[in-house]
Design a protein around this ligand. Sequence first.
Ligand code: CAA
Length: 240
Amino acid sequence: MGRVAIVTGGTRGIGEAICKRLQRQGHTVIANYAGNEEKARAFTGATGIPAYRWDVGDHAATLEGCARVEADHGPVDIVVNNAGITRDGTLHKMSFEDWNEVLRINLGGCFNMAKATFPGMRERGWGRIVNIGSINGQAGQYGQVNYAAAKSGIHGFTKALAQEGAKFGVTVNAIAPGYIDTDMVAAVPAPVLEKIVAKIPVGRLGMAEEIARGVAFLTSENGGFMTGSTMSINGGQHMY
Ligand code: CAA
C-alpha cells in the first residue's frame, strides 16, 4: 500500500538513495532539504520526487514544512530522519557553535519532525519512523564529540519514542550506518579515511543503497514487530 513518506536531507547521499527506494516500493515520497537548491532541482528533475525546503533544526519551520506537505499530499505515515551535518574537530579546537549546530540539526531535527508527525500517526494507528544514527554514535570517534553525542542521542530518542508508539501501531527504529560512500565521508582527510577503511572487515565503504534497503524493511508492513531497535549496517566495523 502506498503511503506518504518524508525523508529529511533527502536530495543527496544516503537520503537520495532512501527516497528512490521508497518510491520504488510505491510510496508518495517527499524529500526535505535545507540548502543546496541546485542539487534539489536536479534531484526532482531526475526522480519526479518533490523537494521541500526547510531547516529541520528550526522547530517552527519544521512544523510549518510538514503542514505544507500534508496539505499538498495527505497525512504523513512514514518519516525518515536522515538530515545531518558534521563539524569535526578535536574538543580543544571545537567552538560552541560547532557543538550546538550539530546537536540542533542532527538530534533536534528528530524531535522537531516527531512533534510534527507522530501525533497524526498515533491517531491513525499506523506509523513508521526511522532515525539515521551512526556507528560513531555507538563507538565514538576521535574528533567528533558533537556528532557522536548527537547520534548517540538519536539512539536513546529512538528507544524512548518506540515505547510511546508501540501500542498505537507506530514503530520507531534506528539505523546505524558505518562509513558510506557519500560527500560527507569524502570530506574526511584521505590518509585518515584510508586508516578507517583498513579497519572495516568487509574491506570497503558501504553504498547508500545498502542503507536504503534497511529503511525499506523497517518502513514496510512486515516490519511491524520490530521497534526500538538499532540496525547496524557497517561492514562489520563495529559489532554491537
Ligand atoms: N585516534 C588517536 N589519535 C588520532 C586519531 C585517532 N583516531 N586521529 C588523529 N589522531 C591524532 C593524530 O595522530 C595527531 O597526533 P600527533 O599530533 O601526535 O601526530 C593528532 O590526533 C591530530 O590529528 P590531526 O592532525 O588529524 O588533527 P586535525 O585537527 O587536523 O584533525 C580531525 C582532527 C578533524 C579529527 C581529523 O583527524 C578528522 O577529520 N578525522 C576523521 C573524523 C571522522 O571520522 N569523521 C567522520 C565523518 S563521516 C561521518 O561522520 C559519517 C558517519 O556517520 C560514519
